[in-house]
Write a protein that binds this ligand. Structure first.
Ligand code: AMP
Length: 440
């Protein structure tokens, strides 16, 4: 890893530091339901506090439909709907829309995160009710050495995702040093994730411990893997993982493909897939990948047997009757929804010898207990490798599955960023990391 980290900053007592965190935590009725991301951010924040920096923390939360600029403003679509109404109805409709928007925005406030951080950090965190407004400016200015201010949700401003110059300048005015520790958004080029550095508004830009760990473990596994190196890909669509499949084939020895994506490969091999999820436009891509694997002397392993049903479960966790069928011969009226027992066993046997494993994407419709067995079996096989191999889960659904099963501490690394880790697996450079200062 050739990027500077907070450890390389030297004396930062009294210096103003802006830390981009990923506090996009799941919440229900204003209560945080999983605080992993908050816990993940603590080492960097505590380090900066101990060094006596004046810290401004920032993050996005969800995808707000409207903005606070500085009062609630409706988005173009909602405004257009109101403009299309007869004149007499517009005012009342606008009032109702603004009230609804204010309520929706409140649900995406970072205030509950500030409260929890304040508990975890000994009462040293204050919350600013805006991002570049008067409250934030006053609180950042009043911040003492070793204390923190958490700004309100960055995406309450269009300037965040649109990288507006005024917004970038206002954010940059809070700091002399920028720290990116939000791996989950490092693949995005937004104001707070890259633009304030790319525009030259902050000269000193380093990563925090969380990004350092993500990069060290994942880049090392990809660039210098111990062999056998097995990659496991699942999830719904081939189209979402085109470059991942191609890049991983060059790095790994064996690629397992499960989940909905497997059936496009099966069809490309001449199998009968019934009503399974298939992307006909990607059949030739799958044929190319099968040929590429052969040329490189690599193995693409597809499921032998499939757990199939007559229809997709609705609701997704509804009881469902299933049948185990040959993956190359799925009946015309059935769809494949999970890898079958023979495939689970085959994957587990092959994984037993692996020295490096990376995994992204569930093996089936794991939201349904009857169709979760393939995903559980893979998680179990990785957990069984504890101490024998490097095991990495690239965030998203597979990470959630391993966590729910209580296997988290049996893995070498579970990434905090599904999208970002997929882009690393694709071999892409992430803008939130590229912009940081190189080690001298
Ligand atoms: P992704 O976001 O691409 O990782 O896909 C995750 C989704 O893929 C989950 O919601 C699964 O329910 C879904 N999925 C996995 N296997 C299948 C399958 N065989 N058919 C349809 N959907 C699937």
């Amino acid at each position: 890893m050739n990027k500077m980290t907070v450890r390389d900053l030297g004396d930062i007592k009294g210096k103003r530091v802006l830390v981009r965190c990923d506090f996009n935590v799941p919440m229900k009725d204003g209560v945080i339901t999983d605080e992993n991301r908050i816990q993940g951010a603590l080492p960097t924040i505590q380090y900066l506090m101990e060094k006596g920096a004046k810290i401004t923390l920032c993050s996005h939360m969800g995808k707000p439909h409207n903005v606070l600029d500085p009062v609630v403003k409706l988005n173009k679509k909602e405004q257009a709907k109101i403009d299309a109404l007869p004149e007499g109805e517009r005012e009342a409709a606008k009032k109702a829309a603004l009230e609804k928007a204010a309520g929706d925005l409140k649900k995406l406030s970072l205030k509950p995160v500030a409260d929890r951080l304040n508990e975890l950090l000994g009462g040293k965190v204050t919350f600013a009710h805006d991002v570049i407004g008067p409250d934030a400016k006053a609180k950042v200015a009043a911040c003492k050495d070793g204390e923190c201010v958490l700004l309100e949700n960055l995406r309450f401003h269009e300037g965040e995702t649109k990288k507006e110059e005024n917004f970038c300048k206002a954010l940059a005015s809070y700091c002399e040093i920028y720290v990116n520790d939000a791996f989950g958004t490092a693949h995005r080029s937004h104001a707070s994730t890259a633009a304030i550095v790319e525009m030259g508004l902050v000269k000193t830009a380093v990563c925090g411990f969380l990004i350092e760990k993500e990069l060290t473990v994942m880049a090392d596994a990809l660039e210098h893997p111990q062999h056998p190196f097995i990659a496991i890909l699942g999830g719904a669509k081939v189209a979402d993982k085109l470059n991942v499949i191609s890049n991983l084939l060059e790095k790994c020895d064996t690629l397992f493909i499960g989940g909905g994506m497997a059936y496009t490969f099966i069809k490309a091999k001449g199998g009968k897939v019934g009503t399974s999820l298939v992307d006909d436009e990607k059949l030739s891509y799958c044929k190319d990948m099968l040929a590429k694997a052969e040329k490189l002397g690599k193995h693409i392993i597809l499921p032998n047997d499939t757990v199939a049903a007559y229809a997709f479960p609705d609701p997704i966790d509804a009881p469902i009757e299933t049948k185990v069928v040959d993956t190359m011969n799925i009946p015309d009226d059935m769809m494949g929804l999970d890898i079958g027992p023979a495939t689970r066993q085959m994957f587990a046997n092959m994984l037993d010898n692996a020295k490096t494993v990376i995994w992204n994407g569930p093996m089936g419709v794991f939201e349904n207990p009857t169709l979760a067995k393939g995903t559980i079996a893979v998680a179990q096989a990785l957990a069984d490798l504890q101490g024998k191999a490097t095991t990495i889960i690239g965030g998203g659904d597979s990470a959630a599955a391993a966590q729910q099963l209580g296997f988290a501490d049996k893995m070498t690394h579970i990434s905090t960023g599904g999208g970002a880790s997929l882009e690393l697996f694709e071999g892409k450079v992430l803008p939130g990391i590229a912009c940081l200062n190189d080690k001298k």
